[in-house]
Structure formats: C-alpha cells, structure tokens
Design a protein around this ligand. Sequence first.
Ligand code: ZN
Length: 231
Amino acid sequence: MSVVKQLYQLQEVELEIESNEQALAQIASQLGESQAVVRARTKLKLEQQHLEELRRQQHAAEWEIEDLVSKLTTAEGKLYSGRIKDPKELTNLQHEVDGLRIRRDQLEDKALAIMDRVELSTASVDTLSNELKTLEAEWHSQQQQLSTNMEQLKTTLSDLKHKRQLLSVKIDPQAIELYQELKKQRRQAVAKVEQGICRGCRISLPTTELQRARGDSLVQCSSCGRILFLA
Ligand SMILES: [Zn+2]
C-alpha cells in the first residue's frame, strides 16, 4: 500500500474519532439534572406551601366560629331566659346577640370562601404532582438511553483509537510528521484528487503534478499544500 493511501486511511479514522468525540461531549452535556424537572418540582412545592397556608386559615376561621357560636349560645340563653327584666339591659343584650350573629355569618362566608380555595389548590397540587411524575419518568428513561449511547460511543472510540495506533505504526515516521504538521494548519492533511481537481482547495492541478501524484511518492498540492491522494 502506498504511503499516501495509508495516510488517507489514518485521516479517515481520525475524522471518525473526532466526530465520535463530539457526539460524546454532546451527550455528556445532556446528562444530569433536567431544568424542566427542577421547575416542576419548585412549582409543586410552592403550591403545597400555598395549600398549607390556606388550611391554616381554614382552621383558624373554624375555631373562631366555634368560639363565637358558644358566646352566642350563652348570650341567647340569657336573653330568652326571662330572668332579665330591665328593658335597657335587654336592649343591650339584644344588640350583643345581633352583633354576634352578624359576625358569625361573616365568618361562615369567609370559611366557605377559604374552603373553595382549598379545593382548587388541592386539585392544583394533584395536577402538578402528576406532571412532575411524568417528567421524572421521561427524564429517567432519557438518562438511561443517554448512558447506553455513551457506553456504545466509548467502545467505538476505543476501537477507533486502537485502529489508529495500528495504522500509524506502519507508516513512515517522516510522512507522519508531515501529516501532523499539515493537520495543524488545515485540519485535513490529505486531499482526494477527483477529475484533476484537489478536493482540499478545489483548484485544477497541473498535469505534471498529477503525474507525480500517480506515482508512489508523496506529492503536495502546489496551491493548498495538502498531500494529494488519487483514489
Ligand atoms: Zn489543494
């Protein structure tokens, strides 16, 4: 095999290594905590806190009603007992009972409104919790898929690197040196020649250059400097 063909094969393997390494980096960036899951978790936590606060308000209102009802029962008992004869005292007591009734009705309305909000918030917590579960399940299976792909890529990469090693030891060290030097400048050191054109720089090659490239020797494109490879 000509040295040019060997270099070309080496380049093919190295390009493949490069693209596999890029794919690996891409996967690595997708591994880890999902932003969507983090957001859903935060949303759920806030709604749970909101529900807790509503329940606290609900209990406070209920206790207040209980307290008020007991005061009202006492006041009503006194009012209707027939024991109080003084008209002024009776009027005052009637006013107290009226006031307590109004306050009780207001509080009952308030408690009902809070109950409605508790119901809404409970439904919200359920929905958010289901959404989070779905997202976590999706994320989990995605992570597993990514890990599997990663393992496959690592195996492929290790095979390719082994192949590169096997190829490079067979190539003349001076040719490798030139190849590495060109690679630094042009990324691809070897250019295919198709229909007399260097595929590296797309320039038509002089006939003499083409003839020299057909031989066994290593010929560089006079325009871009790449090693010419005639397939
Ligand atoms: Zn060229």
